[in-house]
Design a protein around this ligand. Structure first.
Ligand code: UDP
Ligand code: MN
Length: 529
């Protein structure tokens, strides 16, 4: 009896480790923004070569403090008292010295030492001298668990990660970027789900380190990773059951990319990354699809947070390999997406004839592992993805001129730009309506846009008299969501509940309280679909 009870309730403990942090009021402490004193010319150069303000980083302590922005219930969480050891793999290409060192320092200071097998830095054939001998010396002086592997040619991010993974000896491999900061108690929440089930892959919440000031903040309340049919990374809302347990890991269809923990033997059972993928791009889909289809699962752990500097721009030139991202996407689509690959080709017809290299080895792997179909994935894992990103875009609701029902006036943007008002003009004849921009689409997103322009009717305040502005279409409804009332013919702005109204004499468009009988609120579309 005693024995069974013990094995069904495994021992848990707090893994929290006391702080080893710098002076309380220094630059960037507690993740506060830091602003450079004026006149530092060096700042511009360093910005250009890194895509973020690297000089700001030099002012901030390597062991700066960060705010604990996790859900409060994370603070008292206990984890299995026995957790696997981890090899942390960090590829870098010409990373800035202090951001690279802060990455390593934050890991060392905020992780239980007994859980770290090693930290493997993979130099992807960087050209900066400081990242060679001086880095070796710094690490052997300060951090004995750090090993440095060096590629003998530029491999790109995907093969650099593989190089580090091959050298890893820990039970779990954890990949990070070279400009990240691990936050309080970040490691146990990544390892526990793997200790429970070795085919579970776990991602931390990725926080934003501002590229200008290195301020630390969350990106949102959390979301499930997904994609649209051009294979841009997107997010889906958390499910009701996820919201009920805000400190528990939840299932995610796709990982964001660079930051995740995986059982080492499971990673290699899956064949690691497809080594036919070049440089970067698409690898997060390849691995995520493979995990879900071939017997594993992918989780996001809200109590594990790691900050990442999202660059303002990519500082490296294309290495002269043409459209490698396109070729990578085609490989992923051909190998894993079955009949759903057609939705990608629909939007990117030129991929069809692109040479994406040999696929047979990867297809054999898929057969050998007995992986499920992509249809299964779409129906069981990414089941709500098509609602937000329909594979075939539905027809638009209406198009053409938007006329007042009584007077001969039409909505007209006069080809105005972002943040300018929608206006009112005399309706032009059909053959000339393009001249004044009276041609609109009431799209399936339920937003209203001038034809062939990515601008939408946008209302941001509920007052009477608020203007209707043109703003970049975000496709997320909200303040760009409209309804055309079939009976009263009013154009209702749903978040404010107001109606589109006009002043015939002043030729002005504005928002107003809805009044069914008001003729200045009655609009018809030239053509309903
Ligand atoms: N990296 C690399 N080789 C490359 C490009 C990038 O080793 O050719 C490293 C880079 O230093 C970083 C990680 O791969 O640690 C991810 O790259 P990056 O941060 O540029 O991608 P992003 O986060 O901007 O998508
Ligand atoms: Mn990065």
């Amino acid at each position: 009896m005693e024995k069974t009870r013990h094995s069904t309730t495994p021992l848990k403990k707090s893994w929290f480790i006391p702080k080893n942090e710098s002076i309380p009021h220094g630059p960037g402490e507690k993740g506060e923004p830091f602003y450079l004193p004026p006149g530092l010319e060096l700042a511009k150069d360093l910005y250009k070569t890194n895509g973020y303000n690297a000089l700001v980083s030099d002012f901030i302590a390597l062991n700066r403090s960060l705010p604990d922005i996790r859900h409060p219930s994370c603070r008292s969480k206990k984890y299995l008292s026995h957790l696997p050891k981890v090899s942390i793999v960090i590829p870098f290409y010409n990373e800035h010295w202090s951001t690279l060192l802060r990455t390593v320092t934050s890991i060392i200071n905020r992780s239980p030492q007994q859980l770290i097998e090693e930290i493997i830095l993979v130099d992807d054939f960087s050209t900066k001298g400081k990242l060679k001998e001086p880095l070796n010396r710094y690490m052997s002086d300060h951090h004995t668990k750090v090993k440095i592997k060096r590629a003998t040619k530029r491999e790109g991010l995907i093969r650099a990660r593989l190089l580090g993974a091959k050298a890893a000896t820990g039970e779990v491999i954890l990949f990070l970027d070279s400009h990240t900061e691990a936050n309080v108690d970040w490691l146990p929440p990544l390892l526990e789900p793997i200790a429970i089930d070795r085919k579970t892959v776990v991602c931390p919440f990725i926080d934003v380190i501002d590229f200008e000031t290195l301020a630390y903040r969350s990106q949102d309340e959390g979301g499930r990773g997904a994609f649209d049919w051009e294979l841009y990374y997107k997010r889906l809302p958390l499910l009701p059951e996820d919201l009920k347990q805000p400190a528990e890991p939840f299932k995610s269809p796709v990982m964001a990319g660079g930051l995740f923990a995986v059982d080492r033997s499971f990673f290699w059972e899956l064949g690691g990354y497809d080594d036919g993928l070049d440089v970067w791009g698409g690898e997060q889909y390849e691995l995520s699809f493979k995990i879900w289809l071939c017997g594993g699962q992918l989780l996001d752990a809200p109590c594990s947070r790691v900050g990442h500097i999202y660059r303002k721009f990519a500082p490296f030139p294309n290495p002269g390999l043409g459209d490698f991202v396109g070729r990578n996407y085609k490989r992923v689509a051909e190998i894993w997406m079955d009949e759903y690959k057609e939705y990608l080709y629909l939007r990117r017809p030129h991929y069809r004839n692109m040479d994406a290299g040999h696929l047979s080895k990867q297809k054999r792997l898929r057969r050998k592992l007995g992986c499920k179909s992509f249809k299964w994935y779409m129906e069981n894992v990414a089941f709500d993805q098509p609602v937000k990103f329909p594979p075939v875009e539905p027809a638009d609701i209406a198009k053409g001129q938007i006329r007042n029902e009584v007077k001969n006036v039409c909505l007209d943007t006069g080809f105005r730009e972002q943040n300018e008002k929608v206006g009112l003009e005399l309706c032009l004849q059909n053959d000339t309506k393009m001249l004044r921009d009276q041609n609109f689409i009431f799209s399936w997103h339920k937003d209203i846009r001038p034809l062939k322009r990515n601008l939408c009717f946008d209302v941001s305040t509920p007052e009477r008299g608020a203007p209707v502005l043109l703003w970049n279409c975000h496709g997320m409804q909200g303040n760009q969501l409209w309804k055309h009332d079939e009976e009263t013919h009013q154009l209702v702005h749903l978040t404010t509940g107001n109606c589109l109204d006009c002043d015939f004499n002043l030729r002005k468009i504005f928002m107003n309280h809805c009044q069914n009988s008001s003729i200045s609120q009655k609009w018809t579309f030239e053509k309903m679909s």
